[in-house]
Ligand binder design. Structure first.
Ligand code: DMJ
Length: 477
């Protein structure tokens, strides 16, 4: 998850970085041309071609076995729906549109858009999880529209957002209910997590930008503000909140870890995308508190301790793979040293276990949850640091290490599967290709090595779900 490069505000810092690297005058095409190749890695173009081929292999399996359903089960050859049983929304198709575009898989993109035009019906009488629907479906449709300029994709995005909006407008605090029925607008589950309340500025704001209707961005900002106003005197947040009363239901500050993580990310992103100084202030205030109260570099690596949000008292030293995205956000905030330290800490875990377990104790690297869910956060940060450093090769190597490990342990006849235990040899496999694997992992790997002519390496924005909402360049072939 997380973001890459500059929106409105960080442009100056980003361009300064490029100038320092001697690349300010370089165009997007050929952006890597002057970079030295790190010893021992295959040529970037060869890696990119391999990533594209592996994506294509998994895509063909999805088409053959699960087309129109949400997610492929590559081992059994089946599928599963992500949001609601018996209500497929073609999640893998919607999530993959901009990846198909940057990889120049144009006929696949065409048939995906055609499926959305002819078969995607969002008038579904079932509760949908607001956060996941926004980052995956709304973000996917928006990125697809930006890639293709197809008007139906934007109309579908707007239709979807209108169905989701009651989750915000029916809430007395402005923080969204966790679920909304896409047909009736009935809302449910007033207990929500910080990340689910506050990760929507990029998608709703982009929709406002594209339609000229500011209701979407206003709803997102109101939710983000409601969270900020409930921070403790230490400027820390709990994890779980009653969105009707505004009362906290959990008082542990987990830092940039789930279920808070992407709220921090989207305050920064919202500022960078829309230039709103409130969002900048909120990001800076909350991040300063994380650095002051939770940053733990005592053991030679940098992690975030979990603490009581009112007192700052230590709760535990648990760390989640999902927090690997934070290195990218720190880099995009200009905190390059901290970003590099966080990435190096996660690198240690990758070296130790071969793939990332879901959760561990960072004091001794003992595993708390041994599965690898094919998650993209580490590759996301590699790409973010690669771009914000002006193309430094040192960030390609760890990404390639993860790519190779993923091929070694997760590759099956029908694509790639999650692993349920990274400690066994061979690693114990599960049976799922999450839609985000198509949307995020493979896009990050590809962009790191491809020098794509369809992606602007100097001016771009990728959402928490890897959707390219700024930086898609017109096709030249
Ligand atoms: C993705 O859906 C997104 O990256 C999201 O922000 C949280 N993490 C998952 C994948 O790990």
């Amino acid at each position: 998850m997380s973001t890459v490069a500059n929106g409105v505000i960080s442009r100056r810092r980003f361009l300064t970085g490029l100038a320092a690297a001697g690349l300010a005058a370089a165009a997007g095409v050929g952006w890597f041309a002057r970079r030295p190749q790190p010893p021992g890695l295959p040529k970037p173009a060869a890696i990119a071609a391999d990533v594209r081929a592996e994506f294509g292999r998994a895509w063909q399996a999805y088409k053959r076995l699960a087309w129109g359903h949400d997610e492929l089960k590559p081992v059994s050859g089946g599928y599963q729906e992500f949001f609601a049983a018996n209500h497929p929304v073609g999640l893998t198709i919607v999530e993959s549109l901009d990846t198909l575009y940057v990889m120049e898989l144009d006929s696949e993109l065409e048939s995906s858009v055609r499926w959305i035009e002819t078969s995607l019906n969002l008038d579904i009488d079932a509760p949908f999880q607001v956060f996941e629907t926004i980052i995956r479906m709304l973000g996917g449709l928006l990125a697809g529209h930006l890639a293709t300029r197809n008007a139906t994709l934007l109309a579908r995005a707007r239709d979807l957002a209108d169905r989701l909006l009651p989750a915000f407008t029916k809430s007395p605090t402005g923080m969204p209910y966790r679920y909304v029925n896409l047909h009736s607008g009935a809302v449910s589950v007033p207990v929500n997590y910080v990340a689910e309340v506050g990760t929507n500025l990029a998608e709703l704001g982009t929709l406002s930008r594209l339609t000229g209707d500011d209701r979407y961005l206003r709803a997102a900002k109101r939710a983000a503000q409601a969270l900020y106003e409930r921070r403790s005197a230490l400027d820390l947040l709990g994890t779980t909140i009653d969105i009707e009363t505004g009362g906290w239901l959990n008082s542990v500050s987990v830092g940039p870890q789930p279920p808070v993580d992407s709220y921090y990310e989207y305050l920064l992103d919202g500022y960078r995308l829309f230039g709103d100084p409130d969002l900048q202030l909120w990001f800076q205030t909350l991040t300063a508190a994380l650095q002051k109260r939770q940053w733990d570099a005592a053991g030679g690596h940098a992690w975030y301790a979990q603490v009581q949000f009112r007192s700052g008292t230590l709760v535990n030293n648990h760390e989640s793979e999902l927090a690997a995205f934070w290195a990218g956000s720190l880099a995009e905030a200009g905190m390059h040293d901290e970003a590099a330290q966080v990435l190096a800490s996660f690198q240690l875990v990758l070296d130790r276990f071969g793939l990332f377990p879901e959760e561990w104790d960072y004091t001794d690297l003992s595993i708390l949850e041994p599965s690898y869910q094919l998650r993209p956060e580490f590759a996301d940060s590699c790409l973010a640091l690669f771009i914000s450093s002006g193309g430094s090769e040192i960030y390609r190597r760890p990404a390639f290490q993860l790519y190779q490990a993923m091929k070694a342990h997760c590759r099956v006849a029908n694509g790639y599967t999650i692993v349920t235990d990274v400690t066994t040899r061979p690693m114990t496999r599960g049976d799922l290709t999450p839609a985000y694997w198509f949307s995020e992992n493979m896009k990050y790997f590809y962009l790191l090595f491809a020098d794509s002519s369809r992606f602007d390496y100097r001016d771009n924005y990728l959402s928490t779900e890897g959707k390219v909402l700024i930086g898609l360049r017109p096709a030249t072939r």
